[in-house]
Design a protein around this ligand. Structure first.
Ligand code: GAP
Length: 446
């Protein structure tokens, strides 16, 4: 009987594939799992690093005007007073008086508990920052927070970076790192989690130039997704209305992606004005003005255009976008279907899998040698277990763009078969030119 893989909702299939193939596991699973926290397995960490590298190269290496930073997660608690997070980084929460479950009031559709139908409490404002304690004494004097955004690490280093890297306005600082929010979430996999990673860039501009650079960064960020290879008809802009704008923002647009549960925020582009640096100057007593030596030593506090993307959320988008259950035959058997992740080769956790047709007759050793020769250039895998067709399917399912098959002909004429994931086309290639062939295909030149 044919497999019924086309009927389940996409998110369920992704969660199952991610667990089965080692992309994402529930955190602390042997203890029953910790809600809203996930671990990235062998393939997940590669995919995450590849997405991170793609963003980092686009935002730093390919530009002259942006420097990188890696600030500490733990910061002076004063940072979060200054930024407004201690006072205002809150969600309205309600508790069920019967089953004691807690929900975000603004996401509830009914007035009773969605879990047990019990009566709900009045909403209370709940701060999303995780608290911890620094130092040996636990009497409250060492209270600090896990950062809820990476942006503040950039603001407090604005002067350090400007001076050491000798940057002139306009310039930017980019950072990728963990952020923590005590979110009440029960669904949607890694979309919203308590521990996640952000990829943020803060661009410092002269007041008055902010609208120009705001539009510029909206264009840049849209172009980034086209380059990442996702389906552009699944993306759209959402401008924040007056009731959505953060306290610091003059204008803000989200790029939304059509996830299985609908269009949801992927990244924000914000005009944060000079709110953050003005506040840090005021509370730290340090002069954060910029002296424009090219303009008669004019002094001003720069405005900030922020591009703020979630790395783990981008990873979910890449997975959703790449996933396909594809009918490849019509024999009425399980083999009619394959599951394939159509990752851009730059993002694929494994680029090339080397497969000996048989384990015996020296084919396995030959395949291992060939793999060895590819390791410098590509992320490789080796698989000698089971029928070759099944092995192709296993690689399709984790998005490996190229398979190299070593067979008896290889022993005779030093050629191998290269099989391409998306087209399933197979070509015969001399081992001597294998790296170049794969590089050309990798770069999309063929
Ligand atoms: N510095 C601005 C800032 O943090 P945000 O809209 O709160 O703005 C930016 O977050 C991005 O971070 C979001 O667009 C989303 O991609 C990601 N993000 C925020 N909260 C998240 C969470 N709980 N889990 C996963 N990603 C999250």
């Amino acid at each position: 009987m044919a497999k019924k893989i086309a009927v389940d909702p996409l998110m369920d299939k992704l969660v199952s594939l991610c667990k089965r193939r080692g992309f994402v596991f529930q955190s602390s699973v042997i203890y029953g799992g910790l809600g809203s926290c996930w671990d990235y397995g062998p393939l997940g960490v590669e995919l995450k690093n590849n997405v991170k590298r793609f963003w980092w190269e686009a935002m730093t290496h390919r530009r002259d005007d942006i420097e990188g930073l890696d600030a500490a997660i733990l910061m002076s608690p004063q940072v979060w007073v200054t930024s407004g997070h201690v006072e205002g980084f809150t969600d309205p929460l309600v508790d069920c008086k019967k089953c004691k479950m807690r929900f975000r009031a603004d996401t509830l559709e009914s007035k009773v508990c969605p879990n047990c139908g019990g009566e709900l409490s009045e909403p209370r404002m709940f701060n999303l920052m995780f608290k911890t304690n620094i130092g040996p004494v636990d009497d409250g004097s060492g209270l600090i927070y896990l950062r809820p955004e990476t942006a503040q690490g950039i603001y407090v280093n604005y002067r350090n970076v400007r001076d050491t890297a000798r940057k002139k306005v306009p310039f930017g600082i980019a950072q990728v790192g963990k952020a923590f929010r005590n979110e009440i979430v029960t669904k949607n996999f890694i979309f919203r989690t308590c521990e996640f990673e952000q990829m943020e860039m803060q661009y410092f501009v002269k007041p008055g130039d902010d609208e120009k650079f705001f539009n510029y960064w909206r264009e840049q960020r849209w172009a980034y997704y086209a380059k990442l290879g996702v389906r552009m008809d699944k993306l759209r802009w959402h401008q924040h209305g007056p009731d959505e704008l953060a306290h610091y923002a003059k204008d803000a647009y989200d790029i939304e992606y059509e996830f299985p549960m609908g269009f949801k925020e992927l990244e924000g582009v914000h005009n944060r004005t000079n709110f953050d640096l003005t506040r840090h100057q005021q509370y730290s007593g340090k002069d954060l003005q910029y002296i424009d030596q090219d303009n008669g030593n004019e002094r001003y506090i720069p405005f900030i255009i922020e591009t703020s993307a979630g790395l783990t959320r981008q990873l979910l988008m890449v997975l959703c976008d790449a996933y396909e259950d594809q009918k490849v035959a019509d024999k009425g058997t399980d083999d009619d279907w394959r599951t394939v992740l159509h990752f851009h080769p730059t993002l694929a956790p494994i680029t090339v899998a080397v497969l000996p047709l048989m384990k015996k007759d020296g084919l396995a050793e030959l395949a291992q040698d060939i793999r060895q020769g590819l390791k410098e250039e590509f992320a490789t895998d080796y698989d000698q277990g089971g029928a070759i067709g099944r092995r192709y399917r296993r690689q399709d399912e984790v998005g490996t763009p190229f398979c190299v098959t070593v067979d008896y002909q290889t022993k005779e004429d030093d050629t191998v078969t290269v099989r391409f994931r998306d087209s399933m086309e197979q070509v015969r290639v001399p081992i001597a030119g294998l790296v170049e062939t794969l590089q050309e295909r990798f770069a999309g030149r063929v």
